[in-house]
Design a protein around this ligand. Structure first.
Ligand code: ATP
Ligand code: MG
Ligand code: MG
Length: 413
């Protein structure tokens, strides 16, 4: 068998950890750039890991010098150096032992995609330019509560509207819902001096998400996009808490359209990998919220739902160009599944009861499994998740796991 390429991974949080879990049985080595005790390194030992930050260009070069392909578990990485590594290369010792040579290391998804997605405002400008459905938005001058642009946003969008940090935000931490002019002062103070934009509030009845695997040839031409089944995501206080498959009470025509929109979006990006497309369903309109160029919280349940091809296996298959054939598709093995995030509570032990309920779970027609990430608990921090699945409809599955859902809500309360 040909030697497996070594994958270099920027970031070793829970997504990296689950990528390593998918890679190990396939004999694929993943070298991780992150802190020494990060979740991914806790379960994956090898001599190629690099200790440091995925924002440090020198560390990224060290990682690249040890790998055949680079990928990410987070989009907030240093991007210029990724471009340099993919186009000019990184210095490595010459095979003849004299001096050094430049080695180019492919980056998947492309640094172009990562750079675009890092700026949520530019990301959606690009989607709009390509005819994809996004909410109206406008750039805002930062740091000034009385800026003309914030008044303009209020005038154009009405109240409420969303004020968002363009860069570096996640789990809703860079978002502020502006409910009226009285909020301008607090919004400006809280959002601080960072690039901002305003976005029209979408009165959605549901949020949907679709994971998409993208394949590409060695010259960077799109081969194909492959959607996973559509899921319903629940966000509470802007953070994803629950995911349901299939979405509850949504017509099949809508889920088919959501898959089509997600595929259209990912077709317009660059590089191989998996991508999460977050969408709003408003009436029967589908609006793209944002894209993550990597495995995603909304795709965790693919580990059980599509056991032979989870989102993590799909990331490996796509970046290594090992997708079986263009006829391939992601087929759910069960009629329903749900995922519950375990978020740290007020006390470090707040989640212990939920962990026990999950490990004790027994039902003849449903399963529930626990995945802890090896992270210390902090209020609101994602420290693990639970997936439940079974042979029933999603409503029955929710009923059968209602004690878990209740317990999870109590920890957050
Ligand atoms: P993530 O962790 O998904 O990267 P994020 O910090 O990038 O989150 P967003 O996805 O922009 O944040 O927003 C988080 C949540 O806030 C959304 O899933 C949605 O529930 C709500 N939200 C964001 N934008 C809007 C909007 N324009 N209208 C209504 N609700 C919104
Ligand atoms: Mg985001
Ligand atoms: Mg989001």
């Amino acid at each position: 068998m040909a030697k497996n390429p070594v994958i270099g991974l920027l970031g070793g949080g829970q997504l990296g950890r689950m990528l390593c879990q998918a890679a190990a049985p396939l004999g694929i080595t993943v070298a991780v750039l992150d802190a020494e005790d990060c979740p991914a390194k806790q379960i994956n030992q090898n001599s190629l890991h690099v200790t440091g930050s995925f924002k440090d260009p020198e560390k990224i070069k060290t990682l690249a010098s040890r790998c055949d392909v680079l990928t990410v578990e987070i989009e907030h990485v240093e991007c210029d150096v990724l471009e340099e590594i993919a186009t000019k290369g990184v210095e490595v010792p010459s095979p003849d032992g004299h001096g050094t040579v430049m080695k180019r290391v492919p980056v998947h998804p492309s640094y172009k995609t990562i750079r675009l997605i890092q700026d949520k405002f530019q990301q959606k400008e690009y989607f709009a330019k390509n005819g994809l459905p996004v909410a109206p938005q406008m750039a805002i001058e930062s740091g000034d509560a009385r800026s003309a642009s914030i008044e303009q946003a209020a005038k154009s969008f009405g109240f409420p509207f969303m004020l968002k940090g363009a860069k570096g935000s996640y789990d809703g931490r860079g978002n502020f819902k502006v409910r009226g002019p009285d909020d301008f002062e607090t919004a400006a103070a809280q959002m601080g001096d960072q690039p901002l934009y305003a976005e029209k509030f979408v009165p959605f009845q549901m949020e949907l998400a679709v994971m998409v695997m993208r394949t590409e040839d060695d010259d960077g031409n799109l081969k194909k996009v492959y959607p996973y089944p559509v899921v319903e995501t629940i966000h509470e206080d802007s953070i994803c808490t629950k995911v349901f498959f299939p979405p509850r009470n949504v017509a099949e025509g809508i889920t088919r359209r959501a898959q089509k929109v997600a595929c259209d979006v990912v077709s317009r990006l660059w590089g191989r990998g998996v991508f999460a497309v977050e969408m709003f369903l408003a009436g029967d309109e589908i609006i793209v919220n944002e894209v993550a160029p990597r495995p995603h919280n909304s795709g965790h349940l693919t580990i059980e739902l599509v056991p032979q091809r989870s989102q993590f296996r799909a990331q490996l298959d796509s970046i290594l160009d090992r997708v079986p054939s263009s006829e391939f598709s992601f087929i759910p093995q069960f009629p329903s599944a749900l995922m519950l995030n375990i978020l740290g509570g007020a006390e470090p032990q707040s989640h212990d009861r939920l962990v026990k309920l999950t490990t004790d779970f027994y039902h003849p027609h449903a399963n529930a499994t626990l995945q802890m990430y090896g992270k210390s608990s902090k209020p609101g921090r994602k420290i693990g998740h639970i997936t439940a699945w079974g042979q029933s409809a999603i409503e029955q599955l929710s009923e059968r796991t209602s004690h878990l859902i209740r317990c999870m809500d109590e920890i957050r309360a």
